[in-house]
Each structure stands twice: as C-alpha cells, then as structure tokens.
Ligand binder design. Structure first.
Ligand code: C2E
Ligand code: CA
Ligand code: CA
Ligand code: CA
Length: 279
C-alpha cells in the first residue's frame, strides 16, 4: 500500500538503514572470520560413473558464525559480492583448497583435480592470473591439479578479457569448467571460442530427469554437445540410484551428489571414504 504517511516513510527508512548496518557488521565479521577457523572449506567428491572412482573434489566454502551458527554459502557469498569482499574471500578459498590438495597428495590420496568456485568479480580482476599462480606456488600444487569453476554470467561481459585470462591459465595447465551450465542466459557461442574443459549440468536439470521430459531432453542435448565439442560433462546434485542409472545409460561420464557423498571436511577425505564411494 502506498500510503503517504511521513511517519511510515521515516519508519521504513529507519528499517532500511538497520539492514544496511547489519550487512556492514556482518561483512566486517566475515572479513575477520576469513583467517580464523570459523571459515573453512568442505570438499565434495566427484565420481567417474564408469569406474566409480573418485576423480576430484569440489571445494565449498563454510562459515560458522559464533552467534548465528552456520550461514549458508549462498547467503555469505552474496553478502561478500555486495560488500566488495568477494575477492579477499576468493583468495582465501583458493589458498585453502590448494593447501588441502597438497596435503592429500602427500597422504597418497589420488585424484585428478580439485575444483574451486570463482566468482565473476574475482575473475575479472587484473591480477587474477598471478593470484592463481601464487596460490599454486605457495602450496606447491601442480597447476594441472587445479580446476576453476566459472559461470556463464562471465560471458555477458568482455569476452576478450575472459579469453586472455583463460588462455594464460590454460597454458599453465589449469582447467576450466562451466558451473550451473544452462542456467546463465548467455549464448552458447563462447563454447567454441573459449578453452572450456568441462560442463557441470545444474542440479535443477538432474532433479527432473527421471520424471520430467524437458529436463531429460536438456540433459541429453548437453551430453551430446559435450561429446561433440570434446568436453567432459559432470552431473551435479545426483541423489538417487534411479538418477545414476539413467545418467549411466545416457553415457554421462561423471557425477557429484549426495548419493556418493555430501561435502566433507578435508581430513575426512581418506582411503575409507574413497573405498566406500567406489563400492
Ligand atoms: P554450487 O557451486 O552449484 O555448488 C553445489 C551446491 O550443491 C553445494 O551447495 C552442494 O553442497 C550442493 N549439493 C551437492 N550435492 C547435492 C545433492 O545431491 N543434492 C542437493 N540438494 N544439493 C547438493 P553449497 O555448499 O550450499 O553451496 C552453494 C553455492 O554457494 C555454490 O553452488 C556456489 O555457487 C556458492 N559457493 C560455495 N563456495 C563458494 C566459493 O568458495 N566461492 C564462490 N564464489 N562461491 C561459492
Ligand atoms: Ca560449483
Ligand atoms: Ca553448480
Ligand atoms: Ca549453484
């Protein structure tokens, strides 16, 4: 209701500034948390559907706020983007993930890649390439063990910049995957211009494959396209045996989801977990 009520307006303005203030306070708390054990990563295994072996892990950020408890990443990532701290957060995530991956390698845990989510704001920074190379050299992780998950929203911006950055990192051995593929409202032209190694089928499509004709058709078409363009395809959010069976039938190479494992702490990744998944 648009009541012209000065008092009401003032009240509204007051409420606004309170949420703004809350955001600022929460953002400050997040900055402080980044270098404490409140902020950490969990890792979700990615599985080959033909061999059942774990081939990689996706690093997922977690924030355990002392008062508010666990804040979902969707919320604090959005907050970090709004408040301009996503780059600092992203740097921290990259370093934590590379360090963990090196630790696993030293423990004899084998995997192809560790996948790290990169937000557009982070990716378009002029020093992004050197930040990535820095995290690699500080940790000692070989570049060919790192995969960066980017989203299609990146290609709504300057494609030349995206191409340059991707080329530089690709030439070092870093690989790129497209997260939430098919949800980004961008044209598919980028797929033939950019070095994309993998498509990650959004769990919104996977959720429907056993019940809904159009989800199934979208997944089929994406798999065909991946094959034609020589890109790996991974299905996200696989929760049921039925979904897995159908994906195997469709020749989908890789999957990730609660059916295999929830995201777990780095030190929970061990031979037992790897064997349990392969069973
Ligand atoms: P995402 O990159 O699409 O990550 C997959 C999300 O699906 C994760 O949620 C994961 O826990 C969840 N998931 C995995 N398997 C299943 C399943 O079988 N069923 C269901 N229902 N969900 C499943 P999470 O960890 O809550 O992360 C949410 C989003 O937050 C991520 O979506 C990503 O966009 C963002 N995010 C998380 N960590 C980072 C980060 O370090 N940097 C950036 N930029 N974004 C991050
Ligand atoms: Ca992701
Ligand atoms: Ca995703
Ligand atoms: Ca997502």
């Amino acid at each position: 209701a648009k009541r012209k009520n000065i008092g009401g307006y003032l009240f509204y303005a007051h409420e606004m500034s309170e949420t703004l203030l809350e955001n600022k306070q929460l953002a400050e708390a997040l900055i402080a948390a980044l270098n404490s054990d409140q902020f950490y990563l969990n890792y979700q295994p990615q599985v080959s559907l033909s061999s059942r072996k774990v081939i990689g892990f996706e690093a997922l950020a977690r924030w355990n706020h002392p008062v508010k408890g666990n804040i979902p990443p969707d919320q604090f990532i959005a907050l970090a983007e709004r408040e301009g701290i996503i780059v600092t957060l992203g740097d921290r995530v990259l370093q934590l993930a590379c360090d963990q991956a090196v630790k696993w390698l030293s423990e004899g845990i084998e995997f192809d890649r560790i996948a790290v989510n990169v937000s557009v704001k982070q990716f378009v920074e002029t020093d992004f390439v050197s930040k990535v190379m820095n995290a690699l050299s500080l940790s000692g992780l070989p570049a060919n063990k790192l995969e960066l998950e980017i989203t299609e929203s990146l290609f709504l911006g300057d494609k030349k910049v995206a191409l340059e950055t991707m080329d530089k990192l690709t030439s070092q051995g870093v690989r790129f995957s497209i997260d939430d593929f098919g949800t980004g409202f961008s044209s598919l032209l980028y797929l033939k211009e950019l070095p994309v190694a993998k498509l990650k089928l959004d769990q919104g499509f996977i959720r429907g494959i056993t019940t809904d004709h159009s989800s199934l058709q979208i997944v089929k078409a994406s798999l065909q396209m991946g094959q034609a363009l020589n890109m790996a395809v991974i299905a996200e959010g696989v929760e049921t045996l039925e979904e897995q069976r159908l994906l195997v039938q469709l020749n989908c190479g890789e999957a990730q989801g609660y059916l295999f494992s929830r995201p777990v702490a780095g030190d929970k990744v061990n031979a037992d977990l790897m064997e349990a998944i392969a069973e």
